[in-house]
Design a protein around this ligand. Structure first.
Ligand SMILES: NCc1[nH]cc(CCC(=O)O)c1CC(=O)O
Ligand SMILES: [Mg+2]
Length: 337
């Protein structure tokens, strides 16, 4: 090193740091701005009154009865969160092999829809169309003697479930089951029944992910599943082109919105789907993603506010028009403050 002069090279005409130097110019060049309007809050609902249960693997998330759901809906509405996605916790004795509780007009999900609409009519209500909360084995469909999930037999039941949600007042039905042809079948049924303005949010590229563990604890399907998996219908995490194929089919069949799930490990898929189709694209930051963030926050290893908002902002930057996240309420509170 001694005796050598520093070669500075040509004087830089472009200094990228000029625009980063002050807050005003950082704000002017910011490409992605997260707002409460980007967020959808998934909520677990329970029977009863004044009931509130915590979920060990999802600190800060609770299962709540319908009266508390109504209070939450009003609060979320005042924060500017546009929609709630509801997930019923079905009592064990209502689970059957044919999952008929899924389309009970007085079922918990159907009453939850009405409860939200009564309390906060402006709140968008999104329902989960899938059979796993209603089957004794925790699979998303009707099974044969070998335990294989039967596609067309399951779709027959999903149609009834979606229609019952529409009749209860759902704005959006969201099939999360990954049966083939269900979007077209549900669309046809809704049209025939006069529910022409009910939207379909298709979980189009839903991967067979191990990040769903805490959700299965939350809805109580983990114990029913008995260590089983969903590899015969959900997608292999190794696949990319298959996701594009799935999205293309769901859009052809009449989906209004499509979803990629999980979120953060799958943002390459989000970008590609958004670029290729340009349709309203949603991302589910799932229970396992929430759990690992919370574990780090609770240990003091990561800063909760900064990391939460960064994670959501990055999902939006990747191409999401909206994000289902258990951080929706927290993030909207932070964004409003
Ligand atoms: N139809 C089931 C369903 N709907 C939403 C989730 C997962 C959501 C999450 O992990 O937050 C799952 C779990 C699964 O497929 O087993
Ligand atoms: Mg499909």
């Amino acid at each position: 090193m001694t005796g050598k002069t520093l070669n500075r090279g040509p004087f830089p005409a472009t200094r990228m740091r000029r625009m980063r130097r002050q807050d005003f110019s950082r704000r002017l060049m910011r490409e992605t701005i997260l707002t409460p309007s980007d967020l959808i809050y998934p909520m677990f609902v329970l029977e009863g009154k004044g009931q509130r249960e915590s979920i060990a693997s999802m600190p800060g998330v609770e299962r709540v009865s319908l009266d508390l759901l109504q209070q939450e809906a009003k609060h979320l509405s005042s924060l500017g969160v546009p929609a709630i996605a509801i997930f019923p916790v079905t009592e064990q004795d209502k689970k059957t092999l044919d999952a008929k509780e899924a389309y009970n007009p007085n079922g918990l999900a159907q009453r939850a829809i009405k409860a939200i609409k009564d309390a906060a009519p402006e709140m968008g209500v999104i329902t989960d169309v899938a059979l796993d909360p209603f089957t004794t084995h925790g699979q998303d469909g009707i099974i044969d003697a070998e335990g294989y999930v039967l596609n067309d037999r399951t779709v027959e039941t999903l149609i009834k479930q979606a229609q019952s949600h529409a009749e209860a007042g759902a704005d959006v039905v969201a099939p999360s089951d990954m049966m083939d042809g269900r979007i077209g079948a549900i669309r046809q049924q809704l049209e025939a029944a006069g529910h022409i303005n009910v939207c379909i949010l298709a979980y189009s590229a839903k991967y067979a992910s191990s990040y769903y563990g805490p959700f299965r604890d939350a809805v109580g399907s983990a114990s029913n599943l008995k260590g089983g998996n969903k590899f015969t219908y959900q997608m292999d995490p190794a696949n990319r082109q298959e996701a594009l194929h799935e999205v293309a089919l769901d859009l052809q069949e009449g989906a209004d919105m499509i979803m990629i799930k999980p979120g953060m490990p799958y943002l390459d898929i989000v970008r590609e789907v958004k670029d290729q189709f340009g349709a309203p694209t949603f991302v589910y930051q799932v229970s396992g993603e929430y759990a690992m963030h919370m574990a780090a926050f609770q240990n003091g290893w990561l800063d909760q506010e900064a990391v939460t908002l960064e994670s959501l902002n990055c999902i939006k930057r990747a191409g999401a028009d909206g994000i289902l996240t258990y951080f929706a309420k927290y993030a909207a509170e932070r964004l409003n403050s």
